[in-house]
Design a binder for this molecule. Structure first.
Ligand code: ATP
Ligand code: MG
Length: 626
């Protein structure tokens, strides 16, 4: 029996060209317990005998196939009931990364066995997220992601087999009776009165369940294992339930659905997964996983050797919430502007914030995998973005809090209305083999500078624009000289103010023959170079200054109401003035606004050349909380 997906649309048209890549040398990657397990399995040839028939299927199906060209098979199995977040990114990078590094294949599988919750909006967003992160599940002959609901027929057959072999029974106890009779950690469970029914009776009952002759919730199919087991998951877990619900893939074909604990191991086995990697909360399920594999291999239904489950610690990130339910609450209660709000830890949100796939991959690698829960500091994530953008983000000047600077001698030095062209490299330290593009802008009589770059009464050590002064002892200090970066050296001469004493213009003179890059331009020494934007060619831009969404490092720990710790200042929108090259940014393009931080042209709202909108991705330094 083979399974093929037919219903799900899929954007990719390019299957992986050939057999999986050869294993890479491992010297660059730090080892971890999963890598050790895989390396040991490869050495021992644990999975060398496996066959693969080109698509998922049972033992007979795979027996017809050739030896599996994939050395290992892993999978990323999201439930399509929400948007993926940074925790899923860790799991994606882990599973796809291991497959890539060990000559294997990683499957994308929609775990859609629960009929109520799925939505194609989520299916598409998951496909996009995996591809955007830089991974691909395509294999020769197969370009579609798998979906667990395609395995319903097999799951049903497996359930009938378990009944026939005396390993499952239909229980008619009420849910309450079942709960009580399951016992607890200190108390063994009590056998159900239905536990001793004959296989024939059970089969007839189960078929009635399937045929819609019984009410929702009136009975369940249970595995028959051990009601006294110290592991409560082995006390005859429910494996099938009656639930009348239309399924997005199978419609109304079924009114019984497999339980997750039964479905998941089967999905892995049909797909010939070797290493089934999940988060720690599934550790107690592992004995049932193994029990089920053994029974179905015994019965000849599944190929041997079976997949094995391994658990790792889920990602906990400070200042971040990763519960899908709570993220949905933020969206539904309009605490943020949708799933892709740049403050959200969703992959669509991180992307819109300016995160790159490389930064997230670096993050996943850096935090590694462990078997015990811990918290990762948010600054680790930000550090990875800075590291990725440092060498590749184009630079640009943006003045976030502008005040006008007037060069009072401009008209005499040049000519009234003169604009002098200037250039700066977009990449001051281009990676090897890359030539930096050049940014073009002009300087004229008036330019915008940051308000904080002028101080009438400078604090100690201040190196930027200061007007001429006479101190208490009558000593005169001339106005300071600074370089307008990429332009000229200027000397501060004073300022104008409004009635409230607020500075309205900074005044300075341009020092002739000091244009950056011209001979002799360095002869006038300055203590500082400041960024600026010409009044003539500067462009107004909307800049969204984002900060952490929560003030509390652990917003939902210990039953806290995470909505109480929302940061009221997590978004401030300002109008900045940016140099012309920035207004021509492509949506989604990353920049370093010199001295301010990394920004990204908003993927949705930025319109190239006419309406620049930028999001703050991350500051230049880790300054939060300092
Ligand atoms: P739900 O709360 O709805 O069960 P989930 O976060 O478990 O959501 P799934 O769609 O079941 O979401 O997750 C897909 C995969 O992502 C699983 O294999 C799961 O182990 C992994 N995963 C989910 N959250 C994290 C996390 N915070 N860190 C690492 N892996 C995660
Ligand atoms: Mg889950």
């Amino acid at each position: 029996m083979a399974f093929k997906i037919s219903r799900m649309s899929h954007p990719s048209k390019t299957p992986l060209a050939a057999a999986p890549a050869a294993p890479q040398t491992e010297s660059l990657k730090p080892s971890n317990f999963l890598r050790q397990i895989i390396e040991s399995d490869l050495e021992k040839g644990t999975y060398a005998s496996r066959r693969w028939s080109g698509c998922p299927g049972d033992a007979a199906h795979h027996a017809k196939g050739a030896p599996d060209p994939a050395k290992i098979r892993t999978r990323f199995p999201p439930e399509p009931n929400g948007y993926l977040h940074i925790g899923h990114a860790k799991s994606i990078c882990l599973n796809f990364g291991l497959a890539r590094d060990y000559g294997g294949v990683c499957h994308l599988r929609f775990d859609d066995t629960n009929p109520e919750k799925e939505d194609t909006e989520y299916v598409n967003s998951i496909i996009d997220a995996v591809k955007w992160l830089g991974f691909d599940w395509c294999q020769p002959g197969n370009t579609l992601p798998y979906q667990a609901s395609d395995y319903f027929d097999f799951m049903y057959r497996a359930a009938e087999y378990l009944i026939e072999a005396g390993h499952a029974y239909v229980d008619e106890q009420t849910p309450e009776q079942m709960r009580v009779n399951r016992g607890d950690f200190g108390k063994a469970g009590v056998d159900s009165p239905y536990r001793t029914r004959t296989a024939a009776d059970n089969l007839a009952r189960f078929r009635q369940m399937r045929d819609g002759m019984l009410d929702d919730g009136s009975m369940v199919l249970r595995a028959k294992i051990d009601m006294a087991s110290p592991n409560i998951n082995l006390r005859d877990p429910a494996i099938y339930r009656i639930r009348r619900a239309t399924h997005h893939n199978t419609g109304d074909k079924w009114c019984i659905y497999p339980m997750y604990t039964f479905a998941h191991p089967i999905e892995d086995a049909l797909e010939q997964i070797t290493h089934s990697i999940c988060t720690l909360e599934f550790e107690d399920q592992r004995p049932f996983y193994d029990w089920l594999m053994e029974r179905l291999i015994e019965g000849g239904l599944l190929a041997s050797p079976p997949p094995k489950q391994y658990e790792f610690a889920r990602l906990n990130l400070t200042f971040v919430i990763t519960s899908k339910r709570k993220l949905a609450q933020l969206v539904n209660e309009n605490k943020v502007n949708g799933w892709d709000d740049p403050r959200m830890p969703t992959i669509v949100g991180l992307r819109r914030r300016g995160y790159t796939p490389e930064a997230l991959q670096l993050f996943a690698e850096r935090i590694g995998v462990t078997k015990s829960d811990s918290w990762i500091d948010y600054s680790t994530l930000e550090g990875c973005l800075r590291e990725d953008l440092e060498l590749k983000a184009h630079r640009g000047f943006a003045v976030l809090n502008p005040v006008k600077l007037v060069l009072t001698n401009w008209d005499e030095v040049f000519a009234p209305g003169h604009l002098e062209p200037c250039t700066q490299p977009a990449l001051p330290h281009p990676p090897e083999g890359v030539e930096s593009p050049t940014r073009h802008f002009t300087i004229g009589k008036e330019v915008w500078i940051e308000r904080e770059d002028f101080e009438e009464v400078p604090p100690k050590g201040y190196k930027r624009l200061v007007p001429p002064r006479i101190d208490g002892n009558g000593n005169a200090t001339p106005g300071s000289k600074v370089r307008l970066k990429g332009g000229y050296v200027i000397e501060c001469t004073g300022c104008t103010k409004d009635a409230d004493g607020k500075v309205t213009q900074v005044l300075a003179t341009v020092v002739p023959d000091t244009k950056s890059g011209t001979p002799g331009s360095e002869s006038v020494k300055v203590k500082a170079a400041i960024s600026w934007v010409g009044v003539a060619d500067g462009v107004d831009a909307e800049v969204r200054m984002y900060d952490r969404l929560f003030l509390d490092a652990n917003p939902d720990a210990g039953g806290k109401d995470f909505l109480e710790t929302l940061n009221p200042n997590s978004l401030k929108i300002i109008t900045a003035i940016v140099e012309p090259s920035l207004s021509n940014a492509l949506p989604g393009q990353n920049f370093q606004f010199e001295r301010h931080g990394y920004f990204v042209a908003d993927r949705i709202d930025h319109v190239q050349g006419s309406k620049p909108v930028f999001n703050l991705a991350v500051g230049l330094r880790d300054s939060w909380g300092k």
